[in-house]
Design a protein around this ligand. Structure first.
Ligand code: CTP
Ligand code: MG
Length: 223
């Protein structure tokens, strides 16, 4: 793991989900080319941070083999609750939040998010939307939406830890549930820098994503 004069940085990996849309059990433990999604995500982040903390589903926390030095916490009922549990487990100055369900995060993207998070307080990997977008009306084509200026948000997302903790506290007080952390910071009126992400950092959500991930794993591991 890195040690330098840069701020102490933790990678926080929410891996406590049930994987209901994929339907193969908790995704973090699925084997892809001989490695679990969680092991792949940990391996991507660990070289660039001072510590790694993983949120695991309750009851599965004892069965997981992780490299030495990696700490675990028990996750919550939602992703947001799992991230909050992770935040409580570190005092690092900067935190990088990265979904275990995104096993192919390129090192350049992680490095760019980390640098921008330190500089700006909040940053996320994101991809400009490439497809035509339309809002449906029932099963039919409804209103088209211009894709100009639209980005699909990925992880890693990076923050000054205290800012993200503040955003989580505010969200809890207001009863807000979000699917990512940058959104919680943005709703406080704080700037979140968009860092060009990578198509390979896609989240494995559906059986189609799983098929793509299996195809990609062989190429990824030859790098
Ligand atoms: N996650 C978590 N705790 C939860 C829910 C999700 O730590 N209570 C994590 C997942 O393990 C995953 C990431 O958040 O790494 C993104 O969530 P998602 O892709 O929605 O995964 P799941 O919630 O497991 O899948 P599904 O929503 O299909 O059940
Ligand atoms: Mg989910």
């Amino acid at each position: 793991m890195s040690s330098s004069t840069s701020p102490r940085t933790a990678a926080l990996i929410p891996a406590a989900g049930a994987g209901s849309r994929l339907g193969l059990g908790p995704k973090a433990f699925l084997l892809l080319g001989g490695l679990t999604l969680l092991a792949r995500s940990v391996a991507a982040l660990a070289p660039q941070v001072d510590e790694v903390v993983v949120a695991l589903p309750e009851g599965l926390e004892l069965d997981v083999e992780l490299p030495p030095g990696i700490r675990t916490v028990i996750g919550g009922a939602t992703r947001q609750a799992s991230v909050l549990a992770l935040l409580r487990a570190t005092d690092a100055e900067v935190v990088l939040i990265h979904d275990a369900a995104r096993p192919f995060a390129p090192p350049e993207v992680i490095a760019a998010v980390k640098a921008a998070a330190w500089e700006m307080g909040a940053a996320t990997a994101a991809l400009p939307v490439a497809d035509t977008l339309v809002r449906s009306e029932g099963d039919n084509w409804g209103q088209p939406i211009t894709r100009e200026g639209l980005w699909a948000v990925q992880t890693p997302q990076g923050f000054h830890r205290e800012l993200l903790q503040h955003a989580h506290a505010e969200a809890e007080q207001s009863g807000i549930q979000a699917t990512d952390d940058a959104g919680l910071v943005a709703r406080l009126g704080r700037k979140v820098r968009l860092i060009p992400g990578d198509a390979r950092a896609f989240k494995i959500t559906t059986p189609g994503d799983w098929a793509l991930a299996q195809a990609l794993a062989a190429f990824w591991d030859k790098k």
